[in-house]
Design a binder for this molecule. Structure first.
Ligand code: OOG
Ligand code: MG
Length: 257
């Protein structure tokens, strides 16, 4: 049997992202399973590398119940981050670059020495040099932000842009820090890092394990987004967004009007 057309699906998703145009879901129709979807993701990364972008990290998705419930998919997933997706802290994003952008508060890790493949993370502070508040801007390429598990994996887990706030040494109590998302100075979401797999450190174990299944090894110097602690909120033109994580401070971005 001939499998799904990985390159063709990657081209469809890549063009949807480049032109900020929503497309219908495609996994069911093309017979795309999760493994093939990660192959599409790798092909999408290659497209970006071919145009000069650099792989700078990895993001986890659906590591909290709030996120799983919001999108109706209940498996932990991961995606790739490139330098072109990074927005400076306090920077402005052009809303016309996106289809239906949403923002969510995250915690970022700056990776240090990672264990050999197959070995567990021993001391978290050996593997992680620093921690920061972050905002992820997600933008599903599928109409209505509606997708199945293989669809969202193929779409690089809706990754579109991210902001990392100031780095701090790993604080005490990382497993239960308050998290807020503010839009235009008003509270939009509230949660705790405990919502991220019970402890965001677990997201790193999961990232190493799940990416390792597809031959991807995390690297020293990479940014690692542990996954949103709360549901995401739509990013409206002109909005000023701030994520606040207790003990870590804030990350912010502005949307063009
Ligand atoms: C999928 C990406 C999920 C997270 O932090 O949970 C994600 C989506 O919500 O479209 O990035
Ligand atoms: Mg996210």
């Amino acid at each position: 049997m001939i499998g799904p057309d990985i390159a063709g699906i990657a081209a469809t998703l890549g063009t949807a992202a480049d032109t900020a145009t929503a497309i219908p879901q495609l996994a069911a129709e093309t017979g795309l399973d999760v493994d093939a979807a990660y192959a599409v993701q790798a092909a999408l990364l290659q497209r970006r590398l071919d145009r000069g972008e650099r792989l700078v990290g990895l993001k986890m998705g659906l590591t909290s119940k709030a996120k799983m419930t919001q999108v109706g998919v209940d498996e932990v997933i991961w995606g790739r981050l490139t330098d072109a997706m990074r927005v400076p802290d306090g920077g402005t994003v052009d809303v016309t670059d996106f289809i239906h952008p949403r923002v969510e508060p995250e915690v970022a890790f700056l990776l240090d020495r990672l264990p050999e493949p197959g070995e567990p993370v021993g001391d978290f502070t050996d593997a992680v040099r620093a921690v920061a508040p972050a905002i992820e801007l997600i933008d599903s390429r599928y109409a209505n932000f509606s997708f199945s598990l293989p669809d969202v994996v193929a779409d690089n887990t809706s990754a579109a842009a991210f902001v990392v706030g100031p780095w701090s040494p790993v604080p005490d109590g990382l497993e239960n820090l308050g998290v807020l998302l503010e839009v235009d100075g008003r509270l939009a979401q509230v949660g705790s890092t405990a919502a991220i797999l019970g402890d965001p450190r677990r997201a790193l174990d999961e990232g190493i394990r799940l990416a390792g299944r597809h031959g991807v090894r995390l690297r020293e110097g990479w940014v690692f987004l542990a996954g949103a602690a709360t549901a995401a909120v739509p990013l409206r033109p002109g909005a000023q967004v701030r994520a606040v994580v207790e003990k870590l401070g804030t990350a912010s971005l502005k949307a063009s009007s």
